[in-house]
Design a binder for this molecule. Sequence first.
Ligand code: THU
Length: 131
Amino acid sequence: MTDNELIKIADSMREKSYAPYSNFRVGAALLCGDGSVITGCNVENISFGATICAERTAFVKAISEGKSGFIKLAISASGGEIPTPCGICRQFMSEFAYDNFKVICKGDGGGCKAYTLSSLMPHSFKAEGLK
Ligand code: THU
């Protein structure tokens, strides 16, 4: 699966976004180790803190389906700027993906940037920290 194919799926997931409060629509597409793609979108709540981002939606769906070996994630957001995952999502992804996991970010303006997870979240808190 190419980056562009994954981005197209993330693009289409923006239509499923539930974002009546921010009107900022985000779609995500996660390529798993078995070649399957698990999708997500942001789902907002009137109790704003209960909102879940597109990235975490995709990861929660994937983990609950028994997926592993995550390869890359594409996110696509409305708004001209190229988005990057929020801090909570960076920490969340660090739990399940390796340092070289690729995060491809696309804004409405057509711009696109790719990052490794370790560049987005250096020195993340890992399970080993509890031992
Ligand atoms: N959001 C995401 O889905 N992913 C991000 O990486 C950043 C923010 C959502 C959460 C909320 O619904 C809206 O964008 C505005 O913050």
